[in-house]
Design a protein around this ligand. Structure first.
Ligand code: FAD
Length: 477
């Protein structure tokens, strides 16, 4: 009887423990991906990620074919699909790599219980994270709430396991079960094709993920510590969508970033591994606080007077706030399905504090538009910026978007790339065109309010308004 490997957010052959275990069983292996739809037909992916998924499945399918296998595609509720395919193929075992978000865990627990009850072996493996979130515990045996001690425990826990190689051949059954056609899933946007420029920046799939990692280690790891905060530089790894779909494992990234033998890039190595650990920390938080994705971890914020301001939220989503760094970020997001980390913090602070719109609205927009949308990092980061999460930035730390822009994009290179209306504004005013003399704007071909907008709020007054609202919840607690 064959065995089934159920692929989920682990669309790779290298360092895939479930696949390796299935092959070592000595039985024919069936590779399966299920498009898990809820009763309402909704997908567990935002629109941008559906684009990525399409291309990633296509790449995985080709990788499997090269190893003599095939990817079987089915859609529906996971347990029903699995029961059907087990019955069709007479498979005796199911293997998968564990996921750690609450929805995934609840599906997987139900599947495990149902399969075991019917005498089918169900085995799960680690690999989505550097360390299983249940493994790291504080001195008193509880979960961590603060990053620094978490990071210490993670680094003291030893290196993650050395990645295992991809199999060169995957033995298959004589006859593969029927597969649905990827095209029929219609994961790609129809008209208008708002994802048309994603392909300029991104190549989904395991091979591209490995190339991306190798190029980063070779060219950028050494100066990562200094360059990572500057959105105008190509200073970070841009591995996040690949990690979100498990085209590469965090252990592969960790080990590849071991640095030069002479230690010349030791700082870059340390900072990069620490960022990978933030991903683990987000999962650790979500695993131990499943409400992280929906509710304020700090319940004082339940009384915060959020503003339900649709036109303001709309201006933020379209990159039309009049604050160039915010607008550049939001347009980078829309056009490329990605935003630099520094700018994510700035746009999130602007939405939550300057506009006082609930962080949940920002998180949902990110979920739909980010190629790396991740249930743990997205929720944990939004709550971190809002000041209501674990180990969060305090609420009163309100980013001034103009100063942030001047500090982290001094020449305005990032602005010019994403807000072409401002491309001729001199560096002195590129982060505050609203302060530029009329003659400067005229020479740059900008008329604020027709085309590029003036500021939708005055930052200084918005800041005071937010601090007052915050003092009311502090006073009431
Ligand atoms: P690099 O700087 O090269 O870092 C390497 C890897 O470390 C990243 O790929 C990522 O997996 C991890 N990492 C880095 N920074 C963080 C962080 N602060 N938190 C968690 N993991 C981190 N990241 C996501 O992967 N998905 C999200 O949905 C997401 N939403 C975010 C929302 C907000 C409001 C903010 C402020 C940050 C969010 N991040 C999210 C974290 C971070 O911005 C991205 O991981 C990073 O920008 C990805 O680019 P990179 O791969 O070049 O990162």
């Amino acid at each position: 009887a064959p065995v089934i490997v159920w692929f989920r957010r682990d669309l790779r052959l290298t360092d895939n423990h479930a696949l390796a275990a299935a092959i070592s069983s000595g039985r024919p292996v069936i590779a399966l991906f299920i498009l898990e739809q809820g009763n309402d037909g909704a997908l567990p992916y935002g629109a941008a990620q559906a684009w990525w998924l399409h291309h990633s499945l296509s790449a995985l399918s080709a990788r499997l074919a090269a190893a003599g296998s095939r990817l079987v595609l089915r859609r529906g509720a996971a347990l029903e699909v699995l029961q059907a395919i087990l019955a069709e193929t007479g498979a005796c075992a199911l293997y998968w790599n564990r996921r750690h978000d609450p929805d995934g865990i609840s599906v997987d627990s139900a599947v495990k219980a149902a399969l075991r009850a019917s005498g089918i072996q169900a085995s799960s493996f680690a690999g989505q994270l550097l360390h299983d979130p249940s493994r790291l515990k504080t001195g008193s045996g509880g979960p961590y709430k603060v990053f620094t001690p978490f990071w210490r425990a993670l680094s003291d826990g030893g290196e993650p396991d050395t990645p295992i190689d991809a199999p060169s051949h995957i033995p298959g059954p004589e006859q593969f079960p029927h597969s649905e056609r990827l095209e029929d899933w219609r994961l790609l946007p129809q008209k208008p094709d708002w994802a048309s420029r994603f392909g300029e920046t991104w190549t989904p799939g395991e091979a591209a993920a490995q190339e991306q990692l190798a190029a980063f280690v070779r060219q950028r790891l050494g100066r990562y510590g200094q360059a990572r905060d500057f959105p105008g530089l190509d200073g970070t790894s841009r591995l996040s969508p690949h990690l979100a779909f498990g085209e590469i494992s965090p252990a592969q990234a960790w080990h590849a970033a071991r640095g030069a033998a002479d230690g010349s890039d030791a700082e870059g190595v340390a900072v990069f591994r620490k960022e990978l650990a933030w991903r683990d920390f987000s999962y650790h938080l979500l695993f131990h606080n499943p409400e992280l994705a929906t509710d304020n971890l700090d319940r004082r914020f339940d009384a915060f007077e959020w503003r339900d301001d649709a036109p303001m939220f709309d201006a933020w989503t379209r990159g039309m706030t009049g604050y160039p760094v915010v607008d550049a970020g939001m347009r980078e997001l829309w056009t490329h399905g990605y935003m630099h980390n520094r700018v994510r913090m700035i746009v999130a602070s602007f939405l939550i504090k300057d506009l006082m719109v609930h962080w949940r609205s920002g998180m949902s927009w990110f979920r739909d538009t980010l190629l790396d949308a991740d249930p743990a990092s997205n929720a944990a980061s939004w709550q971190w910026v809002a000041g209501c999460g674990a180990d969060a930035a305090p609420f009163f730390r309100i980013f001034n978007p103009t100063l942030q822009g001047e500090k982290f994009d001094p020449e305005g290179a990032y602005i010019k790339r994403h807000v072409p209306e401002l491309s001729r504004v001199p560096a002195k005013y590129i982060h505050c065109p609203f302060k530029a003399p009329a003659s400067v704007l005229q020479a740059a071909g900008v008329r604020l309010g027709s085309g590029y907008p003036g500021p939708i709020v005055d930052h200084a007054s918005a800041r005071s308004r937010a601090l007052e609202a915050f003092s009311r919840i502090k006073a009431s607690s």
